[in-house]
Design a protein around this ligand. Structure first.
Ligand code: ASP
Length: 344
C-alpha cells in the first residue's frame, strides 16, 4: 500500500493498554505490541503508522512535568517526519497533559491528538478502538494545500474532538469521559467527521514550532469551602517556594468575606504571588465584579481566570513560570489568551 500520510502513535500507558493482573485483580499496563495486535483494523487504515512507547508505560496518575518534557521532546524530534501525532494516555490526567503540551509546543502547525479509553482495548466492549482509529484519521487529515485541518493539541474521545486546554474529565464510568464545557467541539464524528473549522486555531505558518522544555511547578490549587481555616490557608500562602495559587471559588468567582482571608490574600499578592480565580462550576466564567464577594477578591489582588479549566490554569502557570522569573510577566500573560484557552 502507498500511504499518503504518516502519523506517530505514542503510547504512554493508561487503561487502553492495560490487562487485569490475575493475582491482584487490578488493571496494569502491558506491552504496546499486544495493544496493536488487538487492533488489526489499523492495518486497513490508509495512514502509515509508526510507534513510540514510554518505557515503562504508566498509569496516568503517575504523569509529571518531567514526562511532559519527554513527550514534547518525542514530538519535536520527530516533527518533520510525520503529519500528526496521536498520544495514547490514561484518562485521569489526560486534560493536564493536553493543556501542558498546548503551552509547551509554541507555533504548533500539526495535530497532536490525545486519546485513551474507559475499557482496555482487549475487552469486547472496548471504546478504545474507535477512539484510536478516529484519532489517527484526524491526526492525518489535511487540506488540499497540505496544511493540517486541526493544527492543535486536542483530546478525541467518544465522537468528540475538543481543544485540549478546554477539556476536563467528567466521568469515571461513561464512555463520554471528557467535555469542553466553555468552548464548542472542534469536530464531531458520526458517519462522517464534521469539522467545525471556525473554532479551530489558525497558526502562523511563517514560524517554526518552538518547544519550551522548562516548567516551574511551584503552583498549588486550593478550593474554598464553608469552614475554611485561617492557620491552614496562611501556612500554604506563605510557603516561600510557592509562586502561584489557583483558587477554586464559588459560582462566578466568589469567596467567603472573612477579613482574615482577604488580608492573607492581599499579603500574598503584595509579595508577588499570583492568585488566579477559577470557578468550582464546570461551566461559565469568573466575573469578579458581579457580587461584592467577588469584588473583594479583586481588591485583594486576585486575578480572574475567566472561563479557564483548573487543568489549563495550573499548566499555564507552570509554563509561564518556566519562562519568566518576573511575576509581572506571568500575571500579564495569565490574563491573555495565548492558545485559545480562555474566552476574553
Ligand atoms: N487510571 C487510568 C489512567 O489514567 C485510567 C484510564 O486510563 O482511564 O491511567
Amino acid at each position: 500500500m502507498t500511504y499518503m500520510n504518516k502519523v506517530l502513535l505514542i503510547y504512554t500507558g493508561g487503561t487502553i493498554g492495560m490487562n487485569r493482573n490475575p493475582r491482584t485483580g487490578a488493571l496494569e499496563p502491558f506491552n504496546f505490541e499486544s495493544l496493536l495486535s488487538n487492533v488489526p483494523e489499523l492495518q486497513q487504515v490508509s495512514t502509515e503508522i509508526a510507534t513510540f512507547q514510554f518505557n515503562p508505560p504508566i498509569d496516568s496518575s503517575d504523569m509529571s512535568p518531567e514526562r511532559w518534557v519527554d513527550l514534547a521532546h518525542v514530538i519535536t524530534n520527530n516533527y518533520n517526519l510525520y503529519d500528526g501525532f496521536v498520544i495514547l494516555h490514561g484518562t485521569d490526567t489526560m486534560a493536564y497533559t493536553a493543556s501542558a503540551l498546548s503551552y509547551m509546543l509554541e507555533n504548533l502547525t500539526k495535530p497532536v491528538i490525545l486519546t485513551g479509553s474507559q475499557l482496555p482495548i482487549g475487552q469486547v466492549r472496548t471504546d478504545g478502538k474507535e477512539n484510536v482509529i478516529t484519532s489517527i484519521e484526524i491526526a492525518s487529515a489535511k487540506y488540499q494545500d497540505g496544511k493540517a485541518m486541526v493544527p492543535e493539541v486536542c483530546i478525541y474521545f467518544n465522537g468528540h474532538l475538543m481543544r485540549g486546554n478546554r477539556t476536563t474529565k467528567q466521568s469515571a464510568d461513561n464512555f463520554n469521559a471528557f467535555e469542553s464545557f466553555n468552548y464548542g467541539h472542534l469536530a464531531d464524528a458520526g458517519v462522517n467527521i464534521n469539522y467545525h473549522t471556525s473554532r479551530i486555531l489558525m497558526p502562523d505558518y511563517s514560524k517554526s514550532v518552538q518547544p519550551r522544555f522548562v516548567l516551574d511547578p511551584s503552583v498549588i490549587v486550593f478550593t474554598v469551602f464553608p469552614g475554611i481555616q485561617e492557620d491552614l490557608i496562611r501556612h500554604v500562602l506563605m510557603s516561600p517556594k510557592l509562586r502561584s495559587i489557583v483558587m477554586r471559588t464559588y459560582g462566578s468567582g466568589n469567596a467567603p468575606q472573612y477579613p482574615w482571608l482577604m488580608n492573607a490574600l492581599k499579603e500574598a499578592t503584595g509579595k508577588g504571588k499570583i492568585i488566579v480565580n477559577i470557578s468550582q462550576c464546570m461551566a461559565g466564567s469568573v466575573e469578579m465584579g458581579r457580587y461584592d464577594t467577588g469584588y473583594q477578591l479583586k481588591e485583594a489582588g486576585v486575578i480572574s481566570g475567566h472561563d479557564s479549566t483548573v487543568e489549563s490554569a495550573v499548566t499555564k502557570l507552570m509554563y509561564l513560570q518556566g519562562i519568566y522569573s518576573d511575576w509581572h510577566q506571568v500575571k500579564n500573560y495569565m490574563q491573555r489568551s495565548i492558545r485559545g484557552e480562555i474566552s476574553i
